[in-house]
Design a protein around this ligand. Structure first.
Ligand code: XIL
Length: 373
């Protein structure tokens, strides 16, 4: 009997211990999406090499960490609408299917943009022709992904740094009415999808003023606009945290949602004072411009973590008005910042290193929620 009791208590102890270890493991298996699930979506921009892979470490990481995806390039006009009568949906379809399969919030980027523009669109001068292009382009794309793509960047980068309207083929042909037209067409094609205006340097005072004016003018015309996208191509020292905070407050006052749509933080020298993200800029590479070709020094890795921490503290403060935070890429090796604004550098702007290992910034961000909820 005594022997039986000993065996029984040993058995119970083993069960309790296993249970306890399981709980610890569960508790330790944190992720970005789980940590911020009550705050905002956490997204990543994906290119075709990423969503075409199956069963890779990367696919597992994307599904585990993120609950939203953005099309990095394949929905831009040069790829999706290369000629007047030709749409190329191959990669965009796969991107959307990846999102649906994995139950992710899907963001379409971008319908009307002057960069990465199909060459034939650049030639449009006549206003009727431009209206016809916009109708065909926006309706065809939005319709195809109706009920699948949850939100769209309807217009991207319509503003100059001083807040005035950028001179583009669209502005030249239609004047500022092209903005309202784009949003109206998108809303008609899918009344449920959320519609965003997206731009860089959105925390800088002059552009902020221009963006607020733009949104108000659409609202006054009764045009549906659901949100502002602040791209978030930021650096270790810019923009000022106070300006990010102020911008979030002022955009929220418009009664619309805010997304941080393309977050990355460059750690490389920026002697040209480039604070924006104009994809058409390019400068020459040299050793001074590319100081960490092999490894990110600990001191800079720490600075990056601190910067992400400071930014996320502000984002959490404004969580009620922020719908989504999307990183522009998954790991450092895939970031566009290795080639912009200087080609061929080694940058470290994201939360995962080139081997998909979480960096200090990842852990720092997650620890902001320790003990909360
Ligand atoms: C970038 C892509 O990441 C690159 O692969 C491409 O070569 C150029 O465009 N603002 C935007 C994004 O709205 O579409 C840009 O993406 C980065 C700046």
């Amino acid at each position: 009997m005594k022997f039986f009791k000993i065996i029984l208590s040993l058995f119970i102890s083993i069960i309790l211990l296993t249970n306890c270890t399981q709980k610890t493991i569960q508790k330790e298996q944190k992720s970005l999406k789980k940590t911020f699930e009550n705050d905002f979506y956490i997204g990543a921009a994906l290119n075709e090499f990423q969503f075409n892979k199956t069963d890779s470490v990367e696919t597992a990481l994307i599904i585990n960490e993120f609950n939203s995806i953005t099309a990095e390039n394949m929905m831009k006009s040069m790829h999706i609408h290369p000629q007047k009568d030709t749409f190329n949906f191959k990669q965009a379809d796969k991107f959307v299917a990846f999102g649906e399969k994995n139950n992710l919030f899907i963001h379409g980027h971008t319908l009307i943009w002057h960069s990465q523009l199909a060459p034939w669109i650049k030639e449009i001068k006549d206003s009727t022709e431009m209206v016809n292009f916009m109708k065909n382009h926006i309706q065809t794309i939005v319709n195809r992904y109706k009920g699948k793509v949850n939100s769209w960047d309807v217009v991207n980068e319509a503003l100059n740094d001083d807040g005035t309207l950028r001179k583009t083929v669209f502005l030249d042909a239609l004047g500022e009415d092209y903005l309202a037209l784009a949003f109206k067409l998108a809303a008609e094609a899918d009344p449920v999808a959320e519609l965003y205006y997206n731009d860089y340097s959105m925390a800088d005072a002059p552009k902020r003023k221009g963006a607020i004016k733009l949104v108000k003018s659409l609202q006054e015309k009764g045009v549906k606009i659901d949100g502002i996208g602040m791209q978030g191509h930021w650096g270790l020292n810019f923009p000022d945290l106070k300006e990010i905070d102020k911008s979030l407050t002022e955009y929220a006052a418009l009664g619309i949602k805010i997304s941080i749509t393309e977050l990355d933080i460059t750690v490389l020298p920026n002697p040209f004072e480039v604070h924006g993200a104009d994809v058409n800029m390019s400068f020459e590479n040299n050793e001074t411009m590319n100081p960490y070709p092999n490894k990110l020094p600990d001191s800079i890795n720490n600075k990056l973590a601190k910067r992400y921490e400071d930014i996320f503290k502000i984002l959490l403060k404004h969580k009620d008005n922020i719908s989504r935070i999307t990183f522009w890429g998954v790991n450092d090796g895939q970031s566009w910042l290795n080639n912009w604004p200087i080609n061929g550098r080694t940058n470290y702007p994201l939360l995962f290193d080139r081997e998909f290992k979480p960096k200090k910034a990842y852990k720092t961000i997650l620890s902001l929620k320790d003990g909360k909820e």
